[in-house]
Every structure is written in structure tokens, then in C-alpha cells.
Design a protein around this ligand. Sequence first.
Ligand SMILES: C[S@@+](CC[C@H](N)C(=O)[O-])C[C@H]1O[C@@H](n2cnc3c(N)ncnc32)[C@H](O)[C@@H]1O
Length: 219
Amino acid sequence: MKQKEIFLQSEGDAWFERNRQKVANRDYQKDDPMAAAILEISTTASTQNKDLHILEVGCGSGGRLAWLANTLRCKVYGIDPSAKAIEQAVKNDIEAKVGTAEVLPFESSSMDILVFGFCLSLCDQQDLFRIAMEADRVLKPDSWIVIHDFFAPTPIKNEYHHRRGMYSYKMDYRSLFAWHPYYSCYRHQLIHHETKKFTDDAYEWISTSILRKKLSQHE
Ligand SMILES: C[S@@+](CC[C@H](N)C(=O)[O-])C[C@H]1O[C@@H](n2cnc3c(N)ncnc32)[C@H](O)[C@@H]1O
């Protein structure tokens, strides 16, 4: 069975239940690299005087999206395999759907910012091309991607602690997009997973990457 099916059946809800309290206690203003990246993007000329449309893939119950909706001029959208998490997100006025990253039930060229919040490492690796294609499809020609996840310069496969036979995959997820002439990496920061400080222990790296999609001005 594919990992996405296990997440749709049970593991998405299990993650939601395990982390409900932790997510509720998060301070997005102070402690969230994805929220910080989006706030910074929202100060750039590319987003001025626009109602931003922000999609989080693997959004859980949408805590970050709810915070962004209260903080910025934006409309927020989410997708996650957990029906319980999505029920909660919808109660928080997020346009959220049950599903997985390789089929995004959102219109083409509709999003200004797309966030992958610690979700790509849990996706089936044979879906990565489709995941990149769907992200590119829903993004506007002038838009942004934020990726926050485990990082390794060459791919590493680890057992998923919570269920035997499932894995998380560390790699450089920027490379799904950065090869394309219309995508540029504006920032890539590595820190220690737990301490959130710089570390030379490569095994503990997580990264936050900001990529810009900008179609050529010359077309
Ligand atoms: C580590 S949690 C992070 C949740 C949220 N982004 C956050 O930062 O709190 C990973 C999330 O990805 C979801 N997920 C797992 N596989 C997925 C897939 N193939 N497509 C989309 N989301 C997935 C899980 O259900 C879970 O909510």
C-alpha cells in the first residue's frame, strides 16, 4: 500500500491526535520559520496591494493558515489526508480539503504562495514529479514556494517512528523546482531540528527554503 493511502486511512488522523496540544500552543509570531518566510514575502514588491492566496500542503488542522488569515490580507487554503484535521480547519474558516499532495483540488494559476510544511518527507517518492507538477499548476506565474523539512544533500530513508513499514525521506526538496529556468532559490537556511541553531551535525539538519517562480519578462 502506498504511504499516502495509509495517511488517508489512519496515519493523518493519528498525527493530528498526537500533536493536537502542541499545535494549539504554537506561537506563530515568534517560533515558526514558515510564517516568518511568508511575512517576509508579503513585504516584497511582488505582493504589494494584493489579496494573497496562500495554500499549505499537509496543513494539518490549519493553525498556521488561521494565524496568517488574521495577520495578513490573504485568503487561505489547505489540504491534508487527515479528515479530523480538515474538519477542524474548516471550522476555522479555512478552505480546506481532504487529499494528498499529488492531486491538488484547486484552480490552476490561483495561488500566490504555496507552503510545504514538513510534508514532502512523508510523501511517496514515486509521486514527487506529480507533486511538483501540481504545485506548479496551481501557482500563479509570479509567485512563491516555501519548503520546510528535513534536509540532506543526498537522499536518506529513515523508518517513520510511529508505524513500522513507513518511512520519512530526507533530501534537498528545492531540487524539485530549482532546476527549472523560471524558479530561483532566494533563501536556504539549515538549522538543528531540536535546538533550532546552526549545527555541523548534518544528520540533524532541517531546512527552510524560499523559491520564487517568475515567468520570463521577455515573453
Ligand atoms: C509533520 S505534519 C506537519 C503539519 C503542518 N504542516 C504543521 O507544520 O504543523 C505532516 C502533515 O503532512 C500530512 N501528510 C502526510 N502525507 C501527505 C501527503 N502525501 N500529502 C499531503 N499531506 C500529507 C500529514 O497528515 C500531516 O498533517
